[in-house]
Design a protein around this ligand. Sequence first.
Ligand SMILES: C[S@@+](CC[C@H](N)C(=O)[O-])C[C@H]1O[C@@H](n2cnc3c(N)ncnc32)[C@H](O)[C@@H]1O
Length: 181
Amino acid sequence: MQRDKFTRKAKYEGYFARSVYKLKDIQTKFKVIRAGDKVLDLGAAPGSWTQYVDELGAKVDAVDVNEVKFGNWIKVDIYSDSLFEKISKEYDIVLSDLAPKTVGIRTLDNEDSYDLSMKALEIAKKVLKKNGKFVCKIFQSEFSPKFVKEVKKTFFTTKIVKPVGSRKRSKEFYIVGLRKK
Ligand SMILES: C[S@@+](CC[C@H](N)C(=O)[O-])C[C@H]1O[C@@H](n2cnc3c(N)ncnc32)[C@H](O)[C@@H]1O
């Protein structure tokens, strides 16, 4: 299979993954990250979002069970009780590009994606400052409306986006929460 243009572009521009162009598009549309912000990047490996957040002049903690090849890798499972001992108490932004290891059984994959996104929201509720921002991936499914509803309860403004770089055949979309209540 021929590699797509974003994979080639990422390699050429020195990013660890093509996913960087999704965050770049979200940033162009909503200006979520500013220089000096403190950012928590959940599901950060291999590290292209972390690279880009650093380029924008923000400080980033990168959480993943797998190696994040850039910046401050915090090796922990987001479901682990020790997570809150390893991360800071307050952030301006929580990003989540967490994705389950898909098994090809649609309902199971969708449920895993929903669980990860709900966990990311729970973490965001604990560590985000008032007026903080949230960017989170989820697979569109029978479960995703419930997640969107929860995000809407937590933020004054929410936006749904299928960013540039997200493959058309992928069911993923991103929700952006602006101004945490
Ligand atoms: C699509 S990748 C993230 C790509 C990343 N944003 C980048 O630009 O390089 C999703 C990541 O979620 C991580 N992940 C999935 N479940 C996790 C969990 N329970 N705890 C920590 N990380 C997890 C995976 O290890 C994987 O690296």
